[in-house]
Design a protein around this ligand. Sequence first.
Ligand SMILES: C[S@@+](CC[C@H](N)C(=O)[O-])C[C@H]1O[C@@H](n2cnc3c(N)ncnc32)[C@H](O)[C@@H]1O
Length: 346
Amino acid sequence: MTSVDLAELWSTFSENECRGYSPLYEKITRAVANNAEVLKFLKISPSDKLHPNLLLAAVHERVLRGLEPELFDIYYNNATSDVGDAFIACVLNSMDDLAPILDTRFVQTNEIGRVSALVPALASLQMQEEATLVDVGTSAGLTLTRDSCFVDYGSLGTYGSKDSSVQIRCDVLHGEPPLMRAPIKKQIGFDRNPIDTRNPDDYRWMQACVWPDTGRTERTNAALDQASHLDVQFVKGDAIADLPNLFERIDGPLVVTTTWALVYAPMDTWELFGQHLAEASRQRPVYWISAEAEGVVTPLPHVPMPSVEGPPGTVIGSVTYENGSVSSAKVLAHAHSHGKWLWWYD
Ligand SMILES: C[S@@+](CC[C@H](N)C(=O)[O-])C[C@H]1O[C@@H](n2cnc3c(N)ncnc32)[C@H](O)[C@@H]1O
């Protein structure tokens, strides 16, 4: 990727993902887009490591480790110094420390708020038997704790226990999402790099992946603590190369979830992912519930995104495979990528 493409990537990210949601990261990403030295440093990374979230998290991790007091004051104490300048200075002064982190870490933002879309999406499945759920790209498995969370859908109702340490508020802007518990008997978290929330370095990396000024820090910490008591099996593997092996070892109906995960796999493998699910459906029905960007889940029809202020929403899809092929593919909803709102299609 050339410096021009990289500058474009950062400035598009600033406008599309940060504006209207994270003023801090909007300023930082704009500053990076305009800084030739930082872009040159980033160019040493392989192309799958160029996602802005990776550098943002790597610097945030330094902040959380107490290594960047100026940025800490801006991120957490409302200090008003120029965050763009402070971020650039941090990167240029710590390139030797940052390079190995960019090399070895992945964007693994695990967003518990996505449970607000997953709950009705799973409830909408008409399953005759209890199923095994495989969450592909699970990170630390936070969304697998959905039954321990409390989700408040305003006048449409609630899900889970009010006493939960993880409280999620979701504005339903359209429709009436179903809020029953889905019949899931077993859950498996699958990732190329599963995160162990009991490991302090992994725990801090999860915190670092959260954008500091979006009000999600406390909720993420509570979700990480909740996940450390989770009774799920974690399996390490690649979503394209290794999933068929896992599916062969599972009997009965299969629910596969991907939430902001497949989009990180190369674009030319998205179709193949669906083919793996189709293949697995020769033995039993396979249900794929997805929360991905438009175009990632290839069997889904295009449904125009509702016009809601802020960054573009996520497509919540439901694709069913039976006897080796797609038997239905439906866009269930559009949702805020961190679960703040839901536009449900009845
Ligand atoms: C942005 S995180 C999303 C985590 C979680 N699904 C959520 O919604 O909060 C993307 C996750 O997908 C995983 N991932 C990306 N590509 C993958 C692949 N090819 N195979 C397995 N996991 C992958 C990453 O390791 C990371 O944990």
